[in-house]
Ligand binder design. Sequence first.
Ligand SMILES: [Zn+2]
Length: 286
Amino acid sequence: MIYAKYIEDGTLCSTSDYSNEPEKYRGLIICPECDKKTWYTKGFTTEKVERMACFAAHHKEGCNASTVLLSAEDNDSEEGNESELPSTDIRVDLDKSNGQSIYVSQDNDKHGEEDSDWTSSPQKKAIGGSNGYPLNKSLRQLLTHLCKNPDYAERGQSITIVADSGRKIIDGQLKDYLVPINSIASNQLAESRIFWGTINNLNEDKNGRLWLNYGDYRTEPSILLDKNQKTDLLRNFKLKSVSELDGSDVIIVSHAGRSPNGKIIIKSSFTKYMSFRRYSAENIES
Ligand SMILES: [Zn+2]
């Protein structure tokens, strides 16, 4: 779509309005039809396609304003046998992780025909596996499951996340640790949680810090990365520009606090504690 609604006064904002005054509109625009949060996407030209600037959104189903198809970059092999996913434990071992691949091993309670070494090393068994089931699950995969089924954790899984130091950051019922970014309660601040949700816009400030915003950056939650973390993020997730994260789903293991203005800020530590589910935009008119 080429118009968005500016929530401050209800006026329409065109793509050129936005590109003239991004600071004014960022985070404060919604789809005029379905009211979902929207973000600005620059136009670009490649050999094959020329796309105008537009606004993208995760529109409500059936919204007529939707002209850009967003498809999540889910990897088929990751999806696995979702319906057969077990309800047993998830263990995230950050020692074994780098960049975007954080392995979450998951016992699947299925037993192969062959003997294995699981009696001596249950953890190894969980990662290896002999029956072909996808045993390695990453935070990214957890995010995929949550996006498809927000009640995913109701199956009663437990989760253990271990830091490099060996300290358990998270150890218990998955559902007790999961917090949707758009509904963080006061009693969920300070302690480590697994926050997840959508980044509807982002902003780099004068100090080089990167703010990943859920919506209105003045009042709604943001994830804050310092300059070094931002550099790590670009490298580890192979991003040419941070704007590739507009509209992404995010998952982050961290703790949140409240600014003097009452805004909730999730501070990032290492980029390996976070993952993204990006969307690629396809213009159906092209
Ligand atoms: Zn819409």
